[in-house]
Every structure is written in C-alpha cells, then in structure tokens.
Design a protein around this ligand. Structure first.
Ligand SMILES: Nc1nc2c(ncn2[C@@H]2O[C@H](COP(=O)(O)OP(=O)(O)OP(=O)(O)O)[C@@H](O)[C@H]2O)c(=O)[nH]1
Ligand SMILES: [Mg+2]
Ligand SMILES: [Zn+2]
Length: 289
C-alpha cells in the first residue's frame, strides 16, 4: 500500500501527498474511522489505495486549534515594533508549544524597524532565551536576513504562531513570493492587524511543509494546571533539583533555586514575574470549574 501525508481537507475530501513520488490524490477515509470515532487530520501520515485512506499511522502530537497533527516545530513569530515585542506573549507561546509537545523556535521579525541601540537592547533581552531555543532575527522586508532562516523548514512540518500583525504571512511571502498569501496592514487605530488568515492547508516551502493558519490561534491555557507550569520552563526545570521542597512553586517557598537564580540575574526578573502572573491566572481559572 502507498504511504502519504494529508496536506489538505475540504468538505470531507482529503488531499494526500505520496511520500515517495510527491504525487497528490483526492481521497475519502474508510467508513471504519467514523465508527471508531476517529478522523484523519491534516498532517496525518496514512496508508492509502486508489480511492480510500485505509490506515492512520501513529501521531507524534495533535493541535486542536488549528486541527493539525504531527507538527515538528512551531515558529513563534514576534515583531520588534507595531506590534511591540512582548516577552509576556513570547512566554505564553512557549508554554503552549511545550504543552503540545512541539519544538518552539523563536523568530524576531521586523528588525528593520529598530535602530542600532534599540536592536542591541532587544538582543540583550532575548539572549537568555538563546540558551534554550534557536532564535532568528529577520525582516520580511530584507531578504538578506532570511538566508539561515530558510533552512529551518527542510524536511519538517512547521506551524507559525504569533500575534496578528507580527508578520507571519509576510515572512512566508518573502521566502516564496508564489505563495501570495494575504497580508494585512497594521491598523494604526487598534495597534494590531486584521485577521487575514483563515484556511487550513499545508504548503510546500523550502523542502518542508508549513501551515499558514496560525498555530495556537487561541492563547488560552485550558488544560494546564498551575502546578505543572514549571514543566514548560526549561530554565526552571534545569534548576529545580536545587529547590528545598519537592513540588516547589517558586513563589513563597523558602530556599527556592529559581528565586535565587532570579536574584543572581541568571533568570530575567521579567520572565519570573510573568511566570507568577500566569501561575495566578491558572489558579484563578481553576476556581471556575
Ligand atoms: N517594516 C516591516 N513590516 C513588516 C514586516 N513583516 C510584516 N510587516 C508588515 O506588518 C503587517 C502585518 O503583516 P502580516 O504578514 O499580515 O501579519 P500576520 O502575522 O500574518 O497577521 P495575521 O494574519 O493577522 O495573523 C503588514 O502591513 C506587513 O507589511 C517586516 O519585517 N518589516
Ligand atoms: Mg497572516
Ligand atoms: Zn523553587
């Protein structure tokens, strides 16, 4: 039987791209999936014949919104200005990527909008993250910044995430103009762009596949418990053995290695404060259930 990847779903018809010859096929799933209450999703690796998807191969992960599975990496697109860079938002996206078991890659876009001093300041702010993640500094308006970045796509299924107006579609267009994705002008009045991206389809880009539908389109933390938050902070995790109390939440506990690292300047204060804010948010949220 043939093996392929589902790259599109419209009206119950799946487009499957063959893994060997890259030919595409319009197929329906076997009835058995419906009986078992399973449905093939975009990103699935499947076995198929002339007319039907016969079998779904095991998944590595599943995103709910947008519904895409087997995602290798999430490119977290941040802009330097309009909208302004927000470490708080970046931290939220990092949590969502880790929770979904998807490797995050940090992309700082619109570097053309910063002067030298502001650029150095931002790099300094982000240097902590570079110890744990790959970070790219790019501009959709300057192709010379995109050379190294283009290589991250090869052989991987990527989703882009980031607030509206951060330049997700612009970056993809800059890399491959034939994609011709719609981009929105950032609204000066609201300080944010219109949501111009809608469909769910995987596109070929630089030897890999990407979804233009933003990953984590809702920034909510529905299934995260406050006390598991630390699991999604790589910088906390590697220090946690130094906390005196097992299950330390790094808030009021004495002899906390995380608070010590913040005092020593090893973890940025702002990141720690944002952690506390999110921890509180998750606890408050729990009360509603
Ligand atoms: N100066 C500058 N402007 C950029 C850059 N990248 C994008 N823009 C502009 O920022 C605005 C928003 O870009 P989009 O690509 O539509 O942003 P998006 O992230 O796809 O937004 P949504 O689809 O709404 O989520 C557009 O006006 C772009 O021209 C950049 O690197 N430099
Ligand atoms: Mg877009
Ligand atoms: Zn602690």
């Amino acid at each position: 039987m043939n093996e392929g990847r589902i790259i599109k779903l419209i009206g119950g018809v799946y487009t499957v791209q063959d893994l060997n010859d890259r030919s595409t096929h319009s197929l329906r799933p076997r009835g058995i999936f419906r009986h078992k209450n399973e449905s093939p999703k975009v990103g699935d690796l499947v076995r198929y014949d002339e007319t039907l998807i016969q079998e779904i191969l095991p998944r590595t992960n599943e995103l709910v919104r947008p519904p895409i599975v087997n995602v290798d990496q999430a490119l977290l697109i941040n802009s330097t200005k309009s909208p302004n860079f927000s470490a708080f938002l970046l931290d939220r996206f990092l949590i969502l990527a880790h929770q979904a078991d998807i490797e995050p890659i940090i992309v700082i876009n619109k570097i053309d909008l910063l002067g030298k001093v502001a650029y150095e300041k931002l790099r300094d702010e982000i240097s902590h993250y570079e110890k744990y993640y790959r970070v790219f500094y790019v501009s959709a308006k300057d192709p010379s910044t995109l050379k190294a970045f283009k290589e991250v796509f090869e052989d991987r299924l990527s989703v882009l995430a980031g607030q509206t107006g951060s330049g997700k579609s612009s970056l993809l267009n800059a890399i491959d103009p034939s994609l011709d994705l719609k981009t929105g002008e950032t609204s000066k009045a609201l300080g944010r762009g219109r949501h111009t991206t809608r469909h769910t389809e995987l596109l070929e880009l630089c030897g890999g596949l990407i979804a233009d539908t933003p990953g984590f389109s809702k920034l909510d933390f529905h299934d995260i418990e406050a006390d598991e938050l630390t699991n999604y902070y790589l910088d906390f995790l590697e220090r946690i053995d130094g906390c005196k109390f097992r299950g330390c939440r790094h808030i009021n506990e004495p002899s906390c290695a995380i608070k010590k690292a913040v005092e020593d300047g090893e973890i940025p204060k702002e990141r720690y404060n944002n952690y506390r804010r999110i921890h509180e948010e998750l606890q408050a949220q729990k009360k509603y259930y």
